[in-house]
Design a protein around this ligand. Sequence first.
Ligand code: 13P
Length: 246
Amino acid sequence: MRRRLIAGNWKMNGSRESLAELDGIAAAAGAAPGVDVAICPPFTLIERAAARTPTLPIGAQDCHSAPKGAHTGCVSAGMLAEAGARLVIVGHSERRAAQGETDAQVKAKAEAAIAAGLTAIVCVGETEEQREAGEAEAVVSAQLRGSVPVAGGDVLVVAYEPVWAIGTGRIPSLEDVRVMHLEVRAVLSDLLGADRAEAVRILYGGSMNAANAADLLAVPNVDGGLIGGASLTAAAFVPIIEAAAG
Ligand SMILES: O=C(CO)COP(=O)(O)O
């Protein structure tokens, strides 16, 4: 049985002051023992966040694939672990688009994360143009085949985030979510074997909020959410944790 995971991605938002939001989030997570909850703030806040709420897993939003070296401006998975991170998002569509990250790079980052003892959240998702062309499943399947590391099980999480649903207030139909998550499970099974694929949590991400969380989480193979805007405050995020706790 997979435990639900509700993870917040603060993106390039937040300050030391916003860490106060973690108190309410950690309290809600404590009241929902059947649900895993995590927050991924910017790099600069990881250490403070982990120290402030030790029971709440803290993650990062990217890592380099190398353990160390001449990579100006980059941070390794080992450094994240040392700072107190327990998970890391890799291959977010914003990085794939703005930083030109390829599937191979995303896979190498996920491998580095797992080697450093972190849980890797590998993101995939189609653009609106690709969905309209009827290519959504094929695009996501190809991304998975290129970016999922061979280590599977509970150290690996996949987030399906349709690019056109991120920050737009729009979400796919529940039927489209069902079909995509089933496809993700099938591809994972092909890549990792059925047993390890069964342990992988598949999150939905893209405009998830208090109003739609319960419906999305009721879809088969939706094992949680990766939440952007609605993870920035306890007021917006806690109802999603509560929806996951059922
Ligand atoms: O990109 C996302 C999480 O990684 C989703 O962002 P929003 O929840 O703001 O749409």
